[in-house]
Design a protein. Structure first.
Length: 109
């Protein structure tokens, strides 16, 4: 089976955009997004972290995408009704051609 055949889910990748409103203040929002095939595998299940002086459940995943995906730490991913923050992403080369993208993502509840 080819690598693309292993991508068994779809996800929407949204980019964070910052604009200046009519009062001169910066506002941030996420774009409508691009739908891509992906695969999401759990790295940790049910950990707790202190986030902004409160405890939150934290789950970390590795997401695989084809070589055409554009994703980084300023993106978020929506898949299966859940929203994930992108922690990091790397492209993997195969003879100097991008083979696939791997991203570490987290879902905070």
């Amino acid at each position: 089976m080819s690598f693309k055949g292993l991508l068994n889910a779809t996800c929407t990748i949204q980019a964070l955009t910052t604009t200046i409103n009519n009062l001169g203040a910066y506002t941030s929002s996420f774009s409508a997004g691009v739908v891509k095939n992906c695969r999401i595998n759990a790295l940790t299940v049910g950990g707790e972290s202190e986030i902004a002086s409160r405890w939150a459940d934290r789950e970390v995943f590795k997401m695989f995408l084809d070589e055409t995906a554009n994703i980084g730490a300023t993106h978020r991913v929506i898949s299966g009704g859940s929203t994930f923050n992108v922690l990091q992403s790397d492209s993997f080369d195969k003879s100097s051609n991008r083979h696939h993208i791997e991203a570490i993502i987290e879902m905070v509840r």
